[in-house]
Design a protein around this ligand. Structure first.
Ligand code: AMP
Length: 139
């Protein structure tokens, strides 16, 4: 089933376009948490980042810094967060991959609850063994 971002991509519903190319589309968030809050999406309809093609990811990687520069220039912001949610428990509401560019001002922007733990050596080794195995098989 399609998402609202498919309708934006097809032009069935309007958006405030910031940037587009063959693989990427960017537009202003309709409910900004700070002035200039911008979304960057692949045209490819995948819900989560790890499902995307290398081609889409590369295109987003190429466009993202450029769009960040435009957001900073337009808003005068110096600081910003890039947020990318995957899955409803991780605060994803629209199930089409999107990157938020959120300017950070003194009184506006992303607030993060960050409960830092500490990395245990044994668990680090376990994690690395599993990750390296997956990456060695081509990811
Ligand atoms: P997330 O919680 O990461 O899935 O964020 C989804 C984002 O999409 C929210 O910040 C919404 O404000 C934004 N959004 C939803 N519908 C639209 C729309 N029609 N135009 C622009 N932004 C939208």
């Amino acid at each position: 089933m399609g998402t609202i971002f498919d309708k934006i991509l097809s032009g069935d519903i309007p958006s405030h376009r910031v940037y587009e190319d063959d693989l990427v589309y960017s537009f202003l968030d309709i409910n900004p948490i700070s002035r200039g809050h911008t979304l960057v999406i692949p045209r490819e309809a995948k819900a989560r980042v790890h499902e995307l093609s290398d081609e889409s990811c590369a295109a987003i990687g190429r466009a993202l810094p450029r769009i960040c520069r435009a957001v900073l220039k337009a808003t005068g912001a110096v600081d910003y967060n890039i947020l990318q949610n995957n899955g409803a428990p991780a605060h994803q509401a629209v199930f089409h991959v999107h990157f938020h560019i959120i300017p950070k001002f003194a009184d506006q922007g992303l607030g993060i609850g960050w409960k830092a733990g500490s990395l245990e050596t044994e668990d680090a080794q376990t994690l690395l063994a599993a990750m390296h195995e997956d990456l060695a098989s081509g990811g």
